[in-house]
Unconditional design. Structure first.
Lengths: 116, 113
């Protein structure tokens, strides 16, 4: 079974400050890892993904995440927060391999608030 | 715009009723997934279809069923509705190339009164 734990249901930062959203996963097989963002009253948009290869992945809007197998972590960072980053962020894991991918298992989400 | 469409956007109904939610995947995507988002349970996987066949099942209630049609659109049927079924229901699709990425629709907000 796979699971995801997001540390901190709410994170608040000042505009221009570092954003760090934490995600730890549990998986018995090599995982595929994802970060999605959800703006109010909208669907989920993919920020970035790790499948294989380079463990530091860059996504949209200046976000990046690093896959650390030894720590079973996939934390999301952005050097300088912008007001438009305020949203809810979800870390997710799925099984790797095959052409038919199974379910995404999501964390509980982290609401990011950005103060002026 | 992800390319995944869902109808209707909002649905208000009464307990005991039955509703159908519709999803059209991105052009060329063979897999369709249904998720439920609620305050209590968060985002939970319900069911996956691949090219018309059921491929994986999650925490889907027996009162709920789904199917994927030859044109690849999918429908989620919810029956004998209860207050606790009020939630946001998302459809997502993915391709068969092996990227693992799922593209989400805007969701259908179901309110059961």
């Amino acid at each position: 079974a796979q699971s995801v734990t997001q540390l901190g249901s709410h994170v608040s930062v000042s505009e221009g400050a570092l954003v760090l959203l934490r995600c730890n996963y549990s998986s018995s097989v090599p995982p595929y890892l994802f970060w999605y963002v959800q703006y109010p009253n909208q669907g989920l948009q993919l920020l970035l993904k790790y499948t294989t290869g380079a463990t530091l992945v860059k996504g949209i809007n200046g976000f990046e995440a690093e896959f650390k197998k030894s720590e079973t972590s996939f934390h999301l960072t952005k050097p300088s927060a912008h007001m438009s980053d305020a949203a809810e962020y979800f870390c997710a894991v799925s099984r790797s391999g095959g052409t038919s991918y199974g379910k995404l298992t999501f964390g509980q989400g982290t609401i990011l608030t950005v103060h002026p | 715009d992800s390319g995944v469409t869902q109808t209707p956007k909002h649905l208000i109904t009464a307990t005991g009723q039955r509703v159908t939610l519709r999803c059209s995947p991105r052009s060329g995507d063979l897999s369709v997934y249904w998720y439920q988002q609620s305050l209590d349970q968060g985002l939970q996987f319900l069911i996956q279809y691949y090219n018309g066949e059921e491929r994986a099942k999650g925490n889907i209630l027996e009162r709920f069923s789904a199917q994927q049609f030859p044109d690849l659109h999918s429908e989620l049927n919810l029956s004998s509705l209860e207050l606790g079924d009020s939630a946001l229901y998302f459809c997502a699709s993915s391709d068969a190339r092996g990227s693992g990425e799922q593209f989400f629709g805007p969701g259908t907000r179901l309110t059961v009164l």
